[in-house]
Design a protein around this ligand. Structure first.
Ligand code: NAD
Length: 274
């Protein structure tokens, strides 16, 4: 309070919690955070970390049962939140799902665009339909989620946070069979840039996270060519876990990160060094 202009935009400058304890990141208490692809893997880790930071987390996934299960595990532990099925590859599903989120929870404070899929096909035998599927989910999905959620953020006049989960692949840790995946994740850098520009006047920040070498169950499909590439060595610090990506996502979603926008942050256990 007390500040003016750009200082008050970007949400509250508060760094206190309702219980009187202060945190360096500021409090997510009472703030609604939407995490896509949060039934499992990195998204589930992000949802858990957001809940632990006091946020009300909305677990979004195409896997309805998985999303409900993860949300229940959080609410059973005493955290605030719930789940909803949205297929981020489908515009109607996104529009309707986001409308329901706003109706049920109020305007979201943050959106984490995490849902993503991979292609596993070498160029010489690649099918265009697979390209379209990966780009539709990985690039068009975050675009449409941003459009719908940012509309509610703008109306709320509270500012907001958007984090796009791309991949260390955009920095060169490429694997064979990933033409569509690498392209779809690189597109997120452009989406981040333009949405950061257009939404800044509403106090909404937009950043990209580049995870690399994360242990999840669903990341590497067994079909397709071998998962390899010239630059692919073990990360110097060892394999990441979902909570390592989650820590960065919580920071970028926090009130304290209000002047960080259009940035790209790698959480790749040092992969970028090699
Ligand atoms: P994952 O496959 O374990 O989880 C992805 C989740 O997204 C699943 O719950 C799945 O049901 C959901 N999903 C898939 N399609 C969807 C759709 N159309 N609509 C809604 N939800 C959908 O993957 P992960 O390893 O946890 O990866 C999460 C994100 O991180 C992805 O964007 C991925 O590209 C990125 N990433 C992962 C790694 C890694 O090493 N695991 C590295 C770099 C980037």
């Amino acid at each position: 309070g007390g500040s003016e202009g750009a200082v008050t935009r970007g949400g509250s400058a508060d760094v206190g919690r309702p219980d009187g304890m202060s945190t360096v990141f500021g409090s997510l208490a009472g703030r609604v955070v939407v995490v896509t692809g949060a039934a499992g893997g990195i998204g589930a880790g992000i949802a858990k970390a957001i809940a632990e930071a006091g946020g009300t987390v909305v677990v979004v996934d195409i896997d309805d049962a998985g999303a409900a299960r993860h949300a229940a595990s959080l609410t059973d532990a005493g955290y605030a939140g719930g789940s909803i099925r949205i297929d981020v590859g489908d515009e109607a599903s996104i529009v309707e799902g986001c409308r329901r989120i706003v109706e049920e929870y109020g305007a979201p404070w943050a959106l984490i665009n995490n849902a993503g899929v991979q292609d596993r096909q070498l160029l010489l035998e690649a099918e265009a339909g697979e390209w379209d599927r990966v780009l539709r989910i990985n690039s068009r999905g975050p675009f449409l989620m941003t459009r719908e959620i940012a509309k509610a953020m703008v109306i709320s006049r509270m500012g907001g946070r958007i984090v796009n989960i791309a991949s260390s692949g955009v920095k060169g840790q490429l694997v064979r069979g990933h033409a569509a995946y690498a392209s779809s994740k690189t597109a997120l850098l452009g989406l981040t840039r333009v949405s950061a520009m257009e939404l800044a006047e509403h106090g909404i920040t937009v950043n990209t996270l580049l995870p690399g070498g994360v242990i999840t169950t669903g990341a590497v499909s067994s079909k397709g060519p071998p998962f390899d590439g010239p630059a692919l060595r073990p990360p110097p610090l060892g394999m990441c876990e979902p909570r390592d990506i989650a820590a960065a996502a919580v920071f970028l979603s926090s009130p304290a990160a209000r002047f960080i926008t259009n940035q790209t942050l790698s959480v790749d256990a040092g992969w970028g060094i090699s």
